[in-house]
Design a protein around this ligand. Structure first.
Ligand SMILES: [Zn+2]
Length: 327
């Protein structure tokens, strides 16, 4: 090959690489602006005056529920590795980010951490968070493998048994098996050979759960993943539903209607708080932003929920990270 031809080839390769990098950059940063919905903390709830339950949101489906004495945490995902890291490098819990998020949220002690499924955006930090806060970790056998690889003792873990209520302080919580949102990646279970650092594909989904939390002062349902099983919530009566909306904007209208009916209408919920809408490739040291267009249509999902909420007289509120609000 002549020197001239080699130069042309190298220039073409360079231009192609630059174009690809620019394309990926745009794809990762191009995202919808979300509708201006009130944050739950901006609206005074009767629970604030009556000493009711309090909640706090930390992005994805990490939700803290407290009665002032006992604190339960769903998931506990704070590391939020960047997309570059997620796609190219093995993952490991980030101690600094976990400590910072817990400190910003004023969380020093927890009683229970329960995990929706063992994908990285739910389970990566769950063992570490349980260990740091003294909580008992409740999860599938696969989630236990992730926590075990992070040094959590078996005595600090309980296997989630679907439909069997667990009592923690004044709370009773029940894991209900519900399917992952459509198009889930990495099915299967995690073997004992799991170790950190681990590739994204090592975080296999295993079983997926929603959580029904009952207390004398209120009842709450958390549906981390946007999907439904007909009749799954037949025994659930909840005032507030934390409703996972990841991927919902890409689903057919009939799917959204059925999901709303099962999780909201049939449970008698008066208030819906969407979760799992934020870009979890961004750290919690910046404001939560919607998933990029390349991965989701959060704007469409929320628009449909707004229409349904209006139609059925249900309050729809968008939570902000770290803010506490009454339930
Ligand atoms: Zn998942």
């Amino acid at each position: 090959m002549s020197l001239m031809r080699l130069k042309v080839l190298l220039t073409a390769l360079l231009l192609f690489t630059l174009a690809l990098a620019a394309g990926l950059g745009i794809a990762i940063h191009w995202r919808p602006t979300l509708p201006a919905l009130a944050s739950p903390s901006a609206v005074r709830s009767p629970a604030d005056d009556a000493g009711g339950l309090q909640a706090q949101f930390f992005g994805t489906s990490t939700v803290l529920i407290s009665d002032g004495r006992t604190r339960l945490l769903c998931d506990g995902f704070f590391t939020r590795p960047s997309w570059l890291r997620i796609l190219a490098l093995p993952l490991t819990p980030d101690e600094t980010r976990i400590q910072q998020a817990l400190a910003l949220g004023g969380v020093s002690q927890l009683d229970a951490v329960f995990v929706a499924h063992s994908h990285h955006d739910h389970a990566l930090d769950s063992g570490r968070v349980a260990a740091r806060t003294g909580a008992v970790l409740y999860g599938s056998a696969s989630t236990h493998q992730i926590a075990r690889a992070d040094g959590v003792a078996a005595t600090q873990m309980r296997l989630l048994q679907p439909e069997q209520a667990q009592t923690v302080g004044g709370f009773k919580f029940t894991a209900i098996e519900t399917p992952h949102s459509p198009g889930a990646v990495f099915p299967g279970t995690i073997a004992e050979t799991f170790s950190f650092p681990a590739r994204l594909s090592a975080f296999k989904e295993a079983q997926s759960y929603s959580f029904y939390i009952e207390h004398a002062r209120g009842k709450v349902l958390i549906v981390p993943s946007a999907n439904y099983r007909v009749g799954a919530f037949a025994n659930v009566k909840a005032e507030t539903v934390f409703l996972g909306i990841g991927g919902l904007g890409k689903q057919p209208e009939a799917f959204v209607q059925s999901y709303w009916r099962e999780a909201v209408l049939l449970t008698g919920a008066k208030r819906v708080i969407p979760v799992h809408w934020d870009d979890f490739g961004l750290g919690l040291d910046e404001p939560l932003r919607a998933m990029p267009y390349a991965l989701d249509r959060v704007d469409l999902g929320l628009q449909r929920l707004q229409d349904l909420a209006m139609q059925h007289g249900i309050v729809l509120q968008m939570p902000r990270a770290f803010e506490s609000f009454g339930l």
